[in-house]
Design a protein around this ligand. Structure first.
Ligand code: NAD
Length: 354
């Protein structure tokens, strides 16, 4: 598949990672580091060993998996390990993992010694179609998601569907949420096509097209001044519910599961406040409900959820900002709504009368 050209780097699609091998063969880094978590050490490093047998001289920095570890403490651990292993400004960090690793590794690299090169080797569906492309790096601070970070482009992104073989079904479905989002905000035909396929049996073209959509948006607006905000559809409410769930549920929602819920709520807001036709609202809601698990959204969680939304980076002067489609395939942004309007959307999801 032809590599996709992004902001000064390419996104390569090759199951055998030949482009990663060429990239390393043609560069002269003083040291090469892999950032992994326990799971990608176990499931993804062996594939690296198999596909790049000549790559011998590297160190591995391993962290615990999970969103709860995407924080400054783990980041300090990464910086410390880089120092201990003698990283200099001519070192390369290869982030091998899901969105937690590509976000945190990108952030650690972009700040270490004022910035060292990094590449993304995304190993979850979510990170392949979304997190690894676009140059947003970051960590969470307390319960506020992605509030500390930089815009720093990787040197390249290498996507191999072989990594997805060890990913469990729940994680695949979670990643699929961002694919559905791409259809709703930018491409109606693609959205219709998604309805025909089995998310657990995706072909590479679906992943490729999702990256094309994301890449078009982020190359048009790299610093989120305008159209890039459309990628936040489902995320204003989704992030807040994800944070709530991480703090309160034994089995917390995954990122994409929360975004699926957020898309239902925000499609409702789009119907109420941005002219999304009612039949398209129903189409979005029934499709998302058919693919993603239901979440028991309790009325007494609303206070916390609204509070988490107050810290959203899209807010202006205390108003909560949304990206809302006006029809499937078209999305607007900078739509500011009140707490009462948001509660109505949460009630719509939960099935309560407003
Ligand atoms: P994740 O990184 O936590 O990965 C999910 C789980 O899968 C983890 O337990 C991980 O260890 C495991 N795993 C990863 N690859 C595996 C493999 N091949 N086989 C078996 N297990 C594997 O989560 P995620 O869903 O990939 O990413 C979510 C994160 O991405 C969130 O922090 C979100 O904020 C971020 N994100 C960032 C952007 C961006 O533009 N930077 C966009 C979307 C999401």
């Amino acid at each position: 598949m032809t590599p996709i050209q992004s902001n000064g780097y390419e996104v390569f699609f090759d199951d055998e990672l030949k482009d990663l091998k060429d990239f390393l063969d043609n560069s002269e880094y003083s040291k090469v580091f892999f950032l992994t978590d326990l799971n990608t050490s176990e499931h993804c490093m062996p594939l690296i060993g198999e596909l790049l047998p000549s790559l011998k001289d590297y160190d591995i920095i391993e962290v615990d998996p999970g969103e709860e570890n995407k924080n400054i403490d783990y980041c300090i651990g990464v910086w410390q390990m880089l120092l201990d292993f003698g990283a200099d400004r001519n070192s390369l960090l290869i982030n091998l993992g899901g969105g937690v690793i590509t976000d945190m590794g990108g952030f650690a690299a972009s700040t270490f010694k004022r910035g060292i090169d990094f590449v993304q080797v995304p190993t979850t569906l979510l990170s392949q179609v979304d997190a690894s492309v676009g140059g947003k790096t970051g960590i969470d601070l307390g319960s506020i998601k992605n509030i500390i970070g930089t815009f720093t482009q990787p040197k390249a992104v290498f996507i191999s569907s072989r990594f997805l073989k060890t990913l469990d079904e729940r994680q695949i479905i979670s990643g699929f949420a961002e694919i559905v989002k791409h259809g709703i905000i930018a491409d109606k035909d693609y959205f219709q096509k998604l309805k025909e396929i089995n998310p657990l049996d995706l072909d590479q073209e679906i992943i490729y097209h999702s990256v094309e959509i994301k890449n078009f948006v982020v190359t048009t607006d790299p610093f989120e001044k305008s159209i890039r905000k459309t990628l936040n559809f489902g995320h204003t409410i989704g992030h807040a519910v994800e944070t709530y769930s991480l703090k309160n549920d034994k089995r917390a929602l995954l990122h994409g599961e929360a975004i699926a819920l957020g898309m239902i709520c925000e499609a409702y807001l789009a119907f109420r406040h941005n002219n999304l036709p009612e039949e398209e609202l129903q189409e979005i809601v029934s499709y998302i409900r058919s693919v993603f698990p239901d979440y028991h959204l309790k009325g007494d969680s609303y206070g916390d959820i609204l509070e988490f939304m107050q810290n959203d980076k899209k807010n202006v002067n205390g108003n909560i900002g949304f990206a809302l489609p006006s029809e499937i395939g078209q999305c607007d942004f900078n739509i500011y709504l009140t707490a009462e309007q948001i509660v109505e959307a949460l009630n719509f999801y939960a099935g309560f009368e407003s």
